[in-house]
Design a protein around this ligand. Structure first.
Ligand SMILES: Cc1cc2nc3c(=O)[nH]c(=O)nc-3n(C[C@H](O)[C@H](O)[C@H](O)COP(=O)(O)O)c2cc1C
Ligand code: SF4
Ligand code: SF4
Length: 251
């Protein structure tokens, strides 16, 4: 059986994981909560967003702790700037001695929209094209196709990724909670690293943030704002059920 491991803030990676499950079968497992042994699966498929030209912290931690010779496939998704993330992930697996078969990528709507606005037509266009693009990616996994990712001639992105990863924990310090907050506590529940709590009736952020932006996009009142900007746009993938983000789908 396939083990489809995902991390997802807003549902893009969950959407891809569900497409893979529909086509190839298997169980969907949420990486931050997975404590079992990946070796119960025949194929290990990881679906992850790209964060700052590389892997999100929690996915990186998951990969470096895999102890398995099972065939491994990685499907990354990103907002249009994959940089050298494919090679970064490929190389990481090779260094770990993992049986990496392919690292592939697909464009999805951008969620790092703290300081700019992504036009609706672009979101819709990318979503419309995703199924066709995913078909090729899924076929390569089904056929166990080996895709070798060559070393890029020049890599200015990976050093940036490594630098950014060191300061991600500071991101939530720039979040403010507006008076629209109705204390529903959803942000506390959905944060993948328990970085949000209530103190004297107010929402406060600690310093373990992994910059996933789940709280920012999924607060029902849009009450979490960045650097006091009053941006109104928020995004959740329309083809998944939001309540399934962060859960497993097992038989
Ligand atoms: C902290 C952070 C950094 C990101 N960095 C990149 C990036 O370097 N290049 C890119 O194209 N998209 C980047 N994105 C966008 C996501 O990769 C993209 O929107 C992805 O589809 C989100 O998937 P998810 O909903 O499963 O989390 C970033 C998103 C976040 C939250
Ligand atoms: S999710 Fe939004 S409304 Fe709910 S407690 Fe958090 S900040 Fe307040
Ligand atoms: S505080 Fe918000 S952005 Fe940071 S890890 Fe938690 S949910 Fe993600």
């Amino acid at each position: 059986m396939n083990g489809i491991f995902y991390f997802s803030s807003i549902g893009n990676s969950l959407y891809i994981a569900e497409q893979i499950k529909n086509e190839l079968g298997g169980e969907i497992r949420y990486i931050p909560k997975f404590t079992g042994d990946v070796n119960i699966y025949d194929k290990i498929i990881i679906v992850s967003p790209i964060h700052s030209f590389g892997l999100p912290t929690l996915v990186y931690n998951f990969v470096i702790n895999i102890k398995s010779s099972k065939p491994l496939y990685i499907v990354l998704n990103h907002g249009g700037m994959q940089a050298n993330a494919l090679y970064y992930a490929y190389q990481l697996c090779k260094k770990k001695g993992l049986n990496i078969r392919s690292v592939q990528a697909v464009i999805m709507p951008e969620i790092y929209t703290l300081t700019f606005f992504q036009p609706k037509f672009l979101i819709n266009l990318v979503l419309r094209k995703a199924p066709k693009r995913l078909k090729l990616i899924i076929a390569a996994i089904r056929d166990n196709k080996e895709i070798i990712i060559p070393k890029p001639k020049k890599d200015k992105w990976t050093p940036k990724h490594l630098k950014n990863r060191k300061i991600w924990h500071l991101l939530a310090k720039y979040f403010k909670v507006t008076k629209n907050c109705n204390n529903c506590q959803k942000c506390i529940t959905i944060c993948p690293v328990d970085n949000i709590r209530q103190e004297n009736g107010s929402i406060v952020f600690d310093d373990k943030c992994v910059a996933c932006l789940s709280c920012y996009h999924r607060c029902p009142e849009k009450a979490i704002v960045y650097k006091n900007k009053r941006k109104k746009d928020r995004y959740i993938n329309p083809f998944i059920q939001e309540k399934n983000i962060g859960t497993d789908q097992v038989e």
